[in-house]
Design a protein around this ligand. Structure first.
Ligand SMILES: Cc1cc2nc3c(=O)[nH]c(=O)nc-3n(C[C@H](O)[C@H](O)[C@H](O)COP(=O)(O)OP(=O)(O)OC[C@H]3O[C@@H](n4cnc5c(N)ncnc54)[C@H](O)[C@@H]3O)c2cc1C
Ligand SMILES: C[S@@+](CC[C@H](N)C(=O)[O-])C[C@H]1O[C@@H](n2cnc3c(N)ncnc32)[C@H](O)[C@@H]1O
Length: 636
């Protein structure tokens, strides 16, 4: 979501009910929030009965507020022995409370204390985005759209089974109840969708009817005489991509950070996965480490929003891996992004002013402040990302594979030469023509090689060489935090400070070379003046890797196209023919650490027909079909 988030201000009405001064209304009935949630929203939507025995059930809420509906629903789900396997609760909020205020508010509802504490621990940074939080081992998924409802309803991709309409009253908060808002809600309905609200206002009733709901009045909560319950007219529901039917088995090709993340996300959903990797063994805990931090641009570009989404998701997932006892090696030590020149300094300033993010996300620092963070003198002022840092990719891969272990068969030394869809399954063959695995779903997570397995006339991926330089801490006073300025230099990790990285087009040389070290030392000198000038590049070790880079620098994540099918009359991403059950998660360019986890969650959500973890514009921006669509539009 673009824009900025303005948090709510905590206040109470005379009777102690949480109150919004901005809207002049209370957050829930004075007769009790949880009671209202149970009567109006749960019972009004036939819950818990309607979610019982289902694999997945999706609730959409307009107005997260203090989260009482969420907490009450989650509690009812926990207490229900027949609960659905996975409960998605997607809620929209323009003015979220800070964690501190939520803690204060929730202390008034002791019966919800256990869930409330978990929500507080997971509460995200208040930046505009879709935030996906998981509870109860991922069986309860809260997706929070921190944005204006009008925008958010357009950007959500989901099929809701139940809808909680919970804006402030229609007189005080009309934009939450307009006919356009109700039409937008109707567009997000599954065929069995119901809706409920405490409001019985005629304008709401009419807006719901016009949008395609059959509406009835029911007895309201406590002293309220009436409330509204509604059911969508199933004939008006547009067919959406259904979850993959049949066996929940997949092949994943490639055990880099992309493939390992896909394995983890699919196995967490109960899938059985065969992972095929050409390297003889799993990634070793190497000296290699990479940086993760969001990008800020004055116009909050799609690229910047993708980095924000990836960053937020990565933090959630990596912390969850640790909480589950796995051991990725990383540090949220903070990242300084120093301005390279006047123009960049002014762009950084404009970006901060436009977004006004919380200090824990990003802040401006002078050169002196930056040097204090770094513990060594740095070259310029810039941005400080206190919760960003570095990660060792091999440790992340191994943590994800360990998390997936019970449902994962990982085969190393298995080079896939060809794939084909035969007899209702994707089949992977080795160079001798032997089938090595088959499954109804396959995910290509093998970087630039994906296009060899599924050739495309429209997608172009470049392989760009990159070399890292490992500087022993005896030869450099390493910073305490990651510092970037064109290149990057990391704090010393087990005696080595990683610096980089070269960006070498049309260069397949897999061996580290002195000239690349020289370039990296120059990069370090531009970050920490004079720090690397005395180091002899010929004495250093390094690591070489290859980035897979798409023309728009965004990854390719989603269903792969069938370019041989007849072109649709009305070319749209939604009308392009896709390969049945074949997905891609590749071309992560220089941002694999940020994007691989989010990409995996997107692929798993697409396969399962679940609410997408990304806004529609971002999901479209990474859709592998975008290049075929552009080609069709150019041709037509
Ligand atoms: C020098 C350098 C520095 C970088 N720094 C950063 C950084 O600081 N932060 C960041 O976020 N990103 C960084 N990146 C980018 C990041 O490393 C990549 O985005 C990431 O590694 C991509 O992961 P992947 O799993 O998509 O691809 P890969 O890591 O390339 O993994 C693909 C896997 O597929 C396997 N494979 C390929 N074809 C087949 C086949 N046919 N059959 C079986 N297996 C196959 C390969 O062996 C490989 O293991 C850097 C990259 C380089 C080169
Ligand atoms: C009645 S409260 C919701 C109470 C909440 N469902 C709960 O369980 O605590 C209404 C919420 O709608 C939010 N809101 C109002 N206008 C909005 C808009 N245009 N877009 C998104 N949220 C909005 C308010 O900030 C407020 O938090």
């Amino acid at each position: 979501m673009p824009g900025r988030v303005v948090p709510a201000r905590l206040a109470f009405a005379a009777d102690g009910t949480p109150y919004s001064e901005a809207y002049g209304d209370v957050y829930h009935s004075a007769e009790g929030g949880p009671g209202q949630s149970g009567h109006v929203f749960l019972a009004g939507n036939g819950l818990p009965a309607r979610w019982q025995g289902r694999r997945s059930f999706t609730i959409l809420e307009t107005g997260f507020g203090i989260g009482l509906n969420f907490l009450t629903t989650w509690q009812a789900w926990r207490e229900d022995p027949l609960r659905c396997e996975r409960l998605h609760f997607v809620s929209i909020e323009k003015h979220p409370f800070t964690r501190h205020d939520l803690e204060q508010l929730h202390s008034r509802y002791p019966a919800l204390a256990a869930q409330a504490a978990e929500l507080h621990a997971a509460w995200p940074m208040l930046v505009p985005a879709l935030h996906r939080l998981e509870f109860d081992s991922g069986r309860v998924v809260l997706t929070l759209a921190l944005a204006d409802a009008e925008k958010a309803l357009r950007e959500l991709r989901l099929s809701a089974n139940a809808i909680y309409l919970d804006g402030f009253s229609p007189e005080k908060n009309p934009e939450m109840w307009t006919p356009a808002a109700m039409r937008a809600v109707a567009r997000l309905c599954a065929a069995d969708a119901t809706a409920a609200t405490w409001s019985a206002a005629r304008s709401v009733r009419e807006a719901l009817s016009e949008a395609g709901f059959e509406v009835e009045k029911k007895r309201g909560f406590a002293r309220k005489r009436e409330m509204l319950c509604a059911r969508i007219d199933a004939r008006r529901v547009r067919a959406r991509s259904a979850p993959q039917a049949g066996e929940r088995r997949a092949i994943v090709i490639g055990a880099g950070i992309a493939g390992a993340a896909v394995c983890e996300r699919l196995c967490a959903r109960g899938w059985s996965v065969t992972l095929l990797e050409r390297q003889p063994e799993r990634a070793k805990d190497d000296a290699q480490a990479g940086v993760f931090h969001p990008v800020l641009t004055p116009d909050d570009s799609l690229f910047a929003r993708m980095t924000r989404a990836g960053f937020l998701h990565a933090l959630v997932r990596w912390r969850a891996l640790e909480a589950a006892g796995h051991d990725p090696t990383w540090d949220e030590c903070g990242v300084l992004q120093l301005a390279r020149h006047e123009g960049e300094a002014s762009a950084q300033g404009s970006a901060l002013a436009a977004m006004a993010p919380p200090a824990e996300y990003a802040q401006y620092v002078t050169r002196e402040e930056a040097s204090a963070h770094a513990g060594v003198p740095v070259a310029a002022d810039g941005l400080w990302f206190p919760t960003s840092g570095w990660m060792k990719p091999a440790s992340l891969i191994n943590a994800q594979l360990a998390a997936a272990a019970g449902r994962l068969e990982a085969r190393f030394g298995c080079d896939v030469a060809r794939i084909a869809f035969e007899r209702d399954a994707w089949r992977a063959f080795d160079s001798g023509g032997q089938e090595v695995a088959h499954a109804p779903v396959a995910v290509l997570a093998n970087a630039a090689d994906a296009l060899r397995l599924m050739p495309s006339r429209t997608i172009r991926i470049r392989r760009v060489r990159g070399q890292l330089t490992l500087i022993p801490e005896t030869r450099i006073v390493a910073p305490h935090v990651v510092v970037l300025r064109g290149g990057f230099v990391l704090p010393a990790i087990r005696g080595l400070s990683v610096a980089g990285a070269t960006y070498d087009f049309d260069d397949d040389d897999p061996a580290p070379r002195s000239s690349s070290h020289e370039g990296n030392l120059e990069r370090v000198d531009r970050i920490l003046p004079g720090a690397a000038s005395a180091i002899d590049p010929a004495t250093l070790e390094g690591r070489v890797g290859f980035r897979a880079v798409s023309p728009d620098r965004l990854p390719l994540v989603g269903a792969l196209c069938n370019e041989d099918a007849e072109a649709p009359k009305n070319p749209l991403l939604a009308t392009l023919a896709r390969q049945p059950g074949l997905y891609g998660a590749f071309a992560y360019g220089s941002r694999g650490l940020l994007w691989a986890g989010l990409g995996a969650e997107l692929v798993a959500s697409l396969i399962e027909g679940e609410p997408l973890p990304l806004e529609a514009r971002l999901a479209d921006a990474v859709d592998p079909g975008r290049f075929a669509l552009r080609a069709l539009r150019r041709a037509g």
